[in-house]
Design a protein around this ligand. Structure first.
Ligand SMILES: [Zn+2]
Length: 236
């Protein structure tokens, strides 16, 4: 699946055409919105047209098309302007990038531990669940310093598309079934790389380099059953 926001994550205001419309919902020729998934919340924003504006309240896929659900029952046509909420997107990109750093360090420090869940929140916190049987919670808490070192070092991120069979053959590239994006129509999978630190399959939006995030704090480490640890981080 290729999304416009994957190719152009910096484009948050886009003039585009209505493709299809029903009262209160619309599909667009191009959409700058991230529709959610992989633990990242869907973008917020508005769609404007000559003489009006509606808030985007959610997204729905139907027959391969992305419907933008609106907070009024207008039936749109012609040209519109789609506007992503920039502050919200920035918070998501920061949290998302920071969860990759946490994930990378847990993977390295705990013998290839896999992610069992991730969820970002609009208040600038995120939780990640890891399958780390018998892990010492203090060792997890101690990752806060190394995470912030990587943020300070301003390490660049880049995106590559790798054929599915290669992705499956590289250890740790697909770190969680729940986070990995669906392959593109030509059978490739999107890999997010923090250069020199980590590579993993992901379909979300990230920073272009780590210093775009403020430092983080590890707020809490909880046991979730015998195998799982839940780590909660927050933007400082
Ligand atoms: Zn990601």
């Amino acid at each position: 699946m290729h999304l416009f926001c994957h190719e152009q994550p910096e484009t948050l205001v886009l003039e585009t055409d209505v493709s299809e419309a029903r009262p209160g919902r619309v599909t667009l020729a191009q959409s700058p919105f991230y529709p959610g998934g992989g633990g990242q919340l869907a973008d917020r924003g508005v769609v404007r047209w000559h003489g009006g504006e509606a808030r985007v309240t959610g997204f729905e896929y139907a027959a391969g098309k992305l419907w933008h659900l609106l907070d009024n029952q207008a039936e749109l046509s012609g040209k519109v302007e789609a506007v992503v909420d920039a502050d919200f997107r920035r918070t998501m990109r920061q949290l998302h990038t920071d969860t990759h750093i946490l994930n990378a360090l847990v993977f390295q420090s705990f013998d290839g531990a896999l992610v069992t869940g991730v969820q970002m929140a609009e208040d600038g916190t995120a939780r990640m669940d890891f399958d780390v049987p018998g892990a010492d919670n203090d060792r997890l808490r101690a990752l806060e310093g190394p995470i912030n070192d990587i943020i300070r070092q301003d390490v660049a991120l880049r995106l590559v598309y790798v054929p599915m069979h290669e992705a499956q053959a590289e250890r740790g590239l697909i770190r969680s079934r729940s986070v990995a994006p669906p392959p593109t129509p030509d059978g490739k999978i999107r890999i997010v790389e923090i250069i020199g630190l980590d590579r993993q399959a992901c379909g979300g939006t990230h920073l272009t380099s780590t210093a775009g995030s403020p430092p983080i704090r590890i707020l809490k480490v909880d046991n979730k059953g015998r195998h799982n640890r839940r780590v909660r981080i927050g933007l400082a």
